[in-house]
Design a protein around this ligand. Structure first.
Ligand SMILES: Nc1nc2c(c(=O)[nH]1)N[C@H]1C(S)=C(S)[C@@H](COP(=O)(O)OP(=O)(O)OC[C@H]3O[C@@H](n4cnc5c(N)ncnc54)[C@H](O)[C@@H]3O)O[C@H]1N2
Ligand code: MOO
Ligand SMILES: [Mg+2]
Length: 430
């Protein structure tokens, strides 16, 4: 049994990320949320693009208003009104000012904004009642970003802030990694899909649904391979098929020591290399991790004929044989598959699970033999993550009380209890 930390490190080493040249697509910025940027972006525009005012007020020459106060005000002639979207026509001369509104272009000659609240307006004259700081409330061209400098690096996930930046840089479309295809298959003679009646001994295949949801939430494309019986031939066929058409495979079930647990043997027969057979976590001990070398798809037939096999690039596909127990399959996903999927998807950082320190409201128990994950909810209480253990059984076969949880509390190997109020490491799962 590999310790969890070593398993995570080994798994991440085994991941070949999508290729920044071949595995990309150009998409509309409006559909880019959650996608991973595949190329560095730099902008062709300074930001701000013009000197502009940060306040509603008056654009003045600092020399004209230096030293003025309520007792010694200065009155200036307003020579132009500058609303947003308007290009100023006048150059402000000594003794002059322009009425200006937030975001509008600074007129030539002016270098300082006096906010409206510090003035008195009478017709086309404005009286300035305080001395502003030199260059006050002017947002200078390129103060925030200079055209041509790096704007966003490849390998980051796009969310509202990055999408706003790309829009501002006039990038209405963006080159992102394609979504990784993740094949999902459930193994087991006992499994039926949720729309089928249960005969004695049968159970419903929930893993395929749960894993599809997790894969989609991670920004990847789930490819559902269905329920495969515990029979070597159909299972081998399904696994070979899954390996050939995806970037990662997740199967559940059939990885323990039972008479019908064929997955590991089939992976070896198909030429896979087995790296992990079990991990010291509870739930989730039986976890098979294997890799397959795959010839990479060639962009076109010509490329295929000019690059004969020794030059054909290969990539390594990661196969996860997750345990069949429903909670075990999900815990294995959160702890080990998700980081691998993040690296596969082209992200250059932030692969690791989201661990935080908190305190436990309830007593947490473990046998101390494996790193133990208990499910529940965290809330921030006075700035501290507080973990509330889900009620009911923490059996790996009980998925019912997993609903409405958002975190897993971790009891380390060698520790058998965490007392109420004590510190606990928590894995955030949503
Ligand atoms: N002698 C031992 N037996 C077991 C060990 C062990 O170390 N020695 N480990 C146990 C642990 S821990 C786990 S976890 C399970 C893992 O078993 P498998 O991965 O081989 O899974 P199966 O045997 O196929 O199924 C286990 C369990 O999960 C249910 N299941 C399977 N697939 C699904 C699905 N798609 N949706 C919902 N539920 C599913 C299945 O019906 C079984 O109840 O092995 C222990 N045994
Ligand atoms: O590891 Mo199993 O997942 O304990 O039930
Ligand atoms: Mg089994």
């Amino acid at each position: 049994m590999l310790p969890a930390h070593d398993a995570e490190r080994l798994i991440l080493e085994l991941v070949t990320p999508l290729n920044a040249q071949r595995d990309v697509e150009t998409i509309d910025l409006l559909s880019a949320s959650g996608r991973v940027l595949a190329a560095d972006v730099s902008g062709a525009l300074d930001f701000p693009h013009w000197d502009n005012s940060a306040m509603d007020g008056y654009a003045v020459r600092y020399d004209d208003v230096q030293g003025c106060s309520a007792d010694h005000p200065v009155t200036l002639e307003i020579v132009e009104e500058i609303p947003a979207g308007y290009q100023p026509q006048m150059t402000i001369q000594p003794g002059q000012a322009a009425r200006i509104l937030t975001g509008s272009m600074m007129p030539a000659g002016a270098d300082t904004i006096v906010m409206q609240e510090e003035t008195q307006r009478e017709g086309d004259r404005v009286t300035i009642l305080t001395t502003p700081k030199p260059k006050a409330f002017v947002r200078h061209r390129a103060a925030f970003y200079r055209a041509g400098e790096p704007l966003l690096p490849a390998g980051i996930s796009l969310a509202a802030p990055e999408i706003a930046v790309l829009a501002t840089a006039q990038c209405p479309s963006v080159t992102v990694y394609r979504r990784p295809r993740v094949a999902i298959l459930s193994t087991g003679n006992e499994l039926v899909s949720p729309d089928e009646p249960l005969a004695p001994g049968q159970i419903v295949d929930s893993n395929q649904y749960a894993l599809a949801s997790l894969v989609a939430a991670a920004g990847a494309e789930p490819v559902l391979m269905g329920i495969i019986p515990d029979q070597p031939e159909p299972l081998q066929q399904a696994i070979a098929n899954a390996v050939s058409l995806s970037d990662m495979v997740l199967s559940s079930g059939g990885v323990s020591v039972g008479d019908y647990d064929y997955v590991d043997r089939i992976l070896a027969d198909l030429g896979g290399t087995l790296h992990i057979r079990s991990v010291a976590v509870k739930p989730g001990k039986p976890l098979t991790v294997a890799t397959f070398n795959k010839p990479e798809a060639q962009p076109d037939a010509e490329a295929q004929s000019t690059h004969s096999s020794p030059l054909t690039p290969h990539s390594s596909l990661l196969y996860f044989g997750l345990p069949g127990n429903p909670v075990s399959a999900l815990v294995s996903f959160w702890r080990f598959v998700q980081p691998a999927l993040r690296k596969l998807s082209g992200l250059t950082a932030d692969w690791h699970p989201n661990f935080v320190q908190g305190r436990s409201h309830h007593e947490l128990r473990s046998d101390g033999k494996r790193e133990t994950y208990l499910w529940g909810r965290v809330n921030l209480v006075d700035g501290v993550y507080e973990f509330q253990l889900a009620g009911g059984s923490h059996s790996s076969g009980n998925l019912i009380n997993l609903a409405q949880t958002n975190a897993l509390a971790i009891v380390p190997v060698g520790q058998t209890a965490i007392a109420p109020g004590d510190a606990v490491q928590i894995l955030l799962i949503h």
